[in-house]
Design a protein around this ligand. Structure first.
Ligand SMILES: [Zn+2]
Ligand SMILES: [Zn+2]
Length: 319
């Protein structure tokens, strides 16, 4: 009996140690894997088209991050895909068609027209001849700065906060909720990134690379997997930064608007990450909001704002 107990304890110790190692070291390799596969896709992708490489990678990441939510949950009570509500599933499913619409409007129609380089590309200086990884870095920095200002505006401009508040009504984060956005919000987030790249005449493949990579970091930032970022916290807008962004009250709720890097937040003084990342307090909206829970009612929120946030003098954005 005691031997059995000892074995069990030892087994538990081993299992915990593996969990600890995964939690401590998985973040970097996941990003590198995504980067490597997309680089390969942009660089030719062997017999596969970039679309196949990108979609396969995205599906693989959904499975991997979903599995990590089970294996190393950040908060046991936040739940996993098992606790998904109907709204979680509907928003998640709506993300793909919204993204296709963005690709159709901005790439298939706008960027492929003959006049694109005359009218959309303002600075026709893109260094297409340089190494792909250098272009990817440049693209990520440009998009980070444009998305930073869009995201910050959705918090600071009351009219935009009417729809961005729906994303911030989440009281717990998990991968499936990475697309929990009012449709126009998610469309503009992606479209503003793409448009800023079109201004510089960036090639289509690089734009696809960036959008897929941003999608994967979005999954990571919203997941309930306990991925410690350590060194990466210094320059990336890691999951800890995004949990702080979703927390109730200051300074977290007015911080970390960036996407991939945290340089924009550092430059404009909005980066915030506490030393202790084990608990960011309650997440969601401040008291006084009556945010409905169903998708249909949430779609009406911007038009019925007084019912959601009745106090007019408090009609200021927050996060
Ligand atoms: Zn936000
Ligand atoms: Zn979020």
């Amino acid at each position: 009996m005691s031997e059995q107990l000892m074995d069990g304890t030892q087994g538990g110790f081993e299992t915990n140690r593996i969990r600890h190692v995964v939690s401590r070291f998985a973040y970097g390799p996941i990003l590198l894997l995504a980067l490597g596969v997309l680089w390969w896709g942009v660089d030719g992708g062997g017999p596969f088209s970039l679309g196949i490489v990108a979609n396969s990678l995205y599906i693989f990441m959904l499975i991997l991050i979903g599995a990590l939510e089970f294996y190393i949950p950040y908060k046991q009570n936040w739940g996993t895909v098992r606790k998904a509500s109907r709204a979680d599933v509907l928003y998640f499913m709506a993300a793909a068609p919204i993204d296709y619409l963005h690709v159709f409007l901005l790439i298939s129609i706008l960027a492929s027209t003959a006049s694109y380089h005359h009218y959309v590309t303002v600075f026709d200086i893109w260094p297409s001849h340089t190494h792909i990884l250098f272009q990817l870095l440049l693209v990520t920095l440009i998009v980070d700065f444009s998305k930073y200002w869009y995201h910050r505006a959705t918090h600071e401009v009351p009219l935009l906060w009417r729809y961005h508040s729906i994303h911030h009504s989440l009281d717990r984060l998990e991968m499936l909720r990475a697309s929990y956005f009012y449709p126009i919000d998610i469309f503009l987030t992606v479209a503003i990134g793409t448009l800023s790249l079109l201004f510089f005449g960036v090639d289509y493949e690089i734009i696809v690379f960036h959008n897929v990579f941003a999608g994967i970091t979005g999954l990571l930032n919203h997941s309930n997997a306990d991925l410690k970022c350590g060194f990466f916290d210094k320059f990336l807008n890691s999951p800890g930064h995004h949990r702080a962004h979703h927390s109730v009250g200051l300074p977290g709720s007015r911080s970390n608007y960036g996407s991939f890097f945290n340089f924009a937040d550092r430059i404009f003084g909005t980066r915030y990450l506490p030393e202790d990342q084990s608990d960011f307090g309650p997440l969601g909206l401040e008291e006084g909001y009556n945010m409905p829970k169903t998708v249909l009612k949430q779609l009406a929120v911007p038009f019925r704002w007084n019912q959601v946030h009745p106090s007019p003098e408090a009609d200021k954005s927050q996060g």
